[in-house]
Design a protein around this ligand. Structure first.
Ligand code: SF4
Ligand code: SF4
Length: 285
């Protein structure tokens, strides 16, 4: 607890003016050795760690040791929902009519634990919201499907606004799983150590006035949220701290509402090709 306070104080002094702070805490979903190792490493770094694990976990003794290190271990909920925005999420664990609300800066989801045989984890509902949109597109392999290659690669190797998916790596030996857990902890720790978030320079802009609310971009990208304004008009919204800037959504927009101020050469060529396919000639482009 004291070390967590020290981390918070250190992060507070690093906060740039106008920055959005990241809560110095992580919620880990999955009770395998990878998760337990990551939880131990992150709590040792002074972060507040909560771990959601099945009661039938084979790792009960290790879970008890984690609790002695101030890690809070939760039983598996009936449903789980993520609200809030990057840096400041609230995870709601629903146990029947009871709801346990956990504020957290990062969420780590172990896909292997989630997809284990007849595990009760499979009964969990990832309701609507960012995590729901991500989970709805995530196959048992732990990789997103139905998104552009560039975006898929980005998501797989990086974090997504503090949401970390841990794909199965086939490691059977305990020492390999421990190494995997340490690698995951390093990734989460690097994210939390930033202390604050700023809009990414490669993030796209979505002009809500041009947007027709068709939802095509949201079909491509789980980070785009369809919202409704006071008049009932539906429009697409992207949190710029979340957008990875892959550019996959731009060509999908029939209204030209999505723009990206800074693109890679490959992205510009891709956009030009899609514009030419729509019948425009090079001089118009
Ligand atoms: S560029 Fe578009 S598709 Fe790529 S992450 Fe950002 S919003 Fe999603
Ligand atoms: S594809 Fe374009 S018009 Fe359709 S919802 Fe997205 S931004 Fe709006």
């Amino acid at each position: 607890m004291i070390s967590a306070g020290v981390v918070r104080a250190r992060l507070a002094t690093q906060m740039p003016p106008g920055g959005k702070s990241i809560l110095p805490s992580v919620l880990i979903i999955g009770g395998g050795l990878v998760d337990i190792t990551a939880a131990g490493a992150l709590t040792s770094r002074g972060y507040q760690v909560e771990l959601v694990a099945t009661q039938s976990s084979e790792q009960n003794q290790l879970l008890e040791q984690l609790q002695e290190k101030d890690v809070i271990v939760k039983t598996w909920p009936d449903a789980l929902q993520l609200e809030g925005s990057p840096g400041d999420y609230e995870v709601m664990l629903e146990y029947g009519s009871q709801v346990d609300r956990i504020p957290t800066g990062a969420v780590l989801v172990n896909m292997e634990e989630l997809n284990k045989g007849a595990s009760p984890l499979l009964n969990t509902t990832f309701n609507s919201g960012l995590l729901g949109r991500i989970m709805a597109r995530t196959g048992s392999s732990g990789y997103l499907s139905g998104v552009g290659d560039d975006l898929l690669r980005e998501i797989t190797i990086k974090e997504t606004g503090g949401i970390f998916l841990v794909p199965p790596d086939g490691a059977e030996l305990p020492e390999d799983q421990v190494l995997h857990g340490l690698a995951v902890a390093a990734r989460v720790s690097t994210y939390l150590d930033q202390a604050s978030l700023s809009p990414r320079v490669m993030a796209v802009d979505i002009d809500s006035k041009l947007c027709r609310g068709c939802g095509d971009c949201a079909d491509i990208c789980p980070y785009i949220e369809m919202r409704k304004n006071a008049n009932g008009t539906v429009y697409a919204y992207i949190d710029k701290t979340l957008c990875l800037g892959c550019g996959a959504c731009i060509a999908s927009c029939p209204a030209g509402a999505i723009t990206q101020p800074l693109q890679s050469d490959k992205q510009i060529v891709h956009t030009l090709r899609s514009m030419l396919r729509r019948g425009q000639v090079l001089s118009e482009v």
